[in-house]
Design a binder for this molecule. Structure first.
Ligand SMILES: Nc1ncnc2c1ncn2[C@@H]1O[C@H](COP(=O)(O)OP(=O)(O)OP(=O)(O)O)[C@@H](O)[C@H]1O
Ligand SMILES: [Mg+2]
Length: 297
């Protein structure tokens, strides 16, 4: 809607996990390097966790691009609210196993022989599970057992589990200790700091034709980082709404009033900044700040 007004070739802040918009922050770079290294060196289990909206699915999309480019076979499960039977059916479907996909025994036999053949030919096979925090114990247990398949040279199936922080918490529980012990690599994503937030916003606009964007300036960026907690999905939503407000008001510069309106409309809640001592007293904190809870996005 506002693209022509700001000179964008396409929308800079859309919500899809599109690798072509990838901003290589150090933590995203490290997470992706871990995923690729873990898969290539047949480490077995790799776990990626992070707060809602920090870029886990985007990382998995990048990994899938890499696997496709390297012609590495993979199964990819997005819907983790699965029964054991559904899990094996989807696995067989994704890996194109020639067997009765409704029979767990047949899927396992077929999977084992396909994995052995692939490993003998020097080929890697990967299972990617997004939203893994939703997996029931019995499905996670089946995944753990799949992780046990190995030949002399290493694991036959590389397993990437990505999920929200509940996954980390789950893995701390006694009933998951066997799985926890098998995790070879773990990485986590958090919100961006101010520098990263500014660089992220600049990179997204540069990607659609506006380098060194002049629309959202430093003081607003600072507030935006606090209110979004540096979470990319929330940053996208705020920036999109800010630009829309600018467009409606026929101005190319976002203001604090606009940010207040946008974050109020989004029902965002953020942590109060620590008050700074001024002349023996305390300076007043700005804005509508309340104790932090999860932003409802
Ligand atoms: N490094 C990044 N570069 C570019 N965009 C990013 C990056 N990280 C996150 N985003 C953007 O933030 C939004 C949320 O990302 P994504 O869906 O990958 O998060 P998530 O961690 O999988 O969230 P959820 O916990 O809800 O599954 C997307 O619009 C995505 O494009
Ligand atoms: Mg996701």
């Amino acid at each position: 809607m506002y693209n022509a007004f700001f000179g964008f070739s396409q929308s800079p802040f859309n919500m899809s996990p599109d690798p072509s918009f990838l901003f290589r922050s150090p933590q995203h770079e490290e997470a992706l390097a871990n995923l690729i290294y873990g898969v290539q060196s047949r480490k077995g289990f790799i776990v990626l966790t992070g707060e809602v909206g920090t870029g886990k699915t985007t990382m998995l999309e990048c990994l899938r691009d890499f696997l496709n480019a390297q012609q590495i076979a993979f199964a990819s499960l997005f819907n983790s609210r699965l029964t054991v039977e559904q899990f094996f059916e989807l696995l067989a479907y994704d890996l194109d196993l020639r067997c009765n996909r409704l029979s767990k025994t047949e899927v396992l036999l077929s999977l084992n022989s396909v994995l052995l053949d692939r490993a003998a030919a020097g080929r890697t096979t990967v299972l990617i599970v997004d939203e893994a925090h939703n997996l029931d114990w019995d499905v996670l247990e089946e995944i753990r057992l799949l992780g046990n398949l190995e030949n002399r040279r290493g694991k036959l199936l590389q397993i990437v589990l990505a999920g929200q922080q509940e996954l980390d918490e789950k893995l701390e529980r006694p009933e998951y200790r066997q799985l926890k012990q098998r995790i070879a690599l773990r990485c986590a994503l958090r919100g961006f700091d101010l520098q990263e937030t500014a660089a992220y916003i600049n990179a997204r606009m540069a990607g659609v034709g506006v380098p060194n964007q002049p629309y959202i300036q430093r003081p607003i960026l600072q507030e935006l980082q606090i209110r979004s907690k540096g979470i990319p999905r929330i940053i996208n939503a705020i920036c999109d709404n800010l630009l829309l407000t600018c467009f409606a008001m026929e101005t190319r510069t976002a203001t604090l009033d606009m940010l207040d309106e946008v974050t109020a409309d989004m029902r965002l809640e953020w942590e109060e900044e620590p008050r700074v001592a001024v002349n023996g007293g305390f300076g007043q904190a700005n804005g509508t700040k309340v104790p932090s809870t999860n932003a409802n996005l």
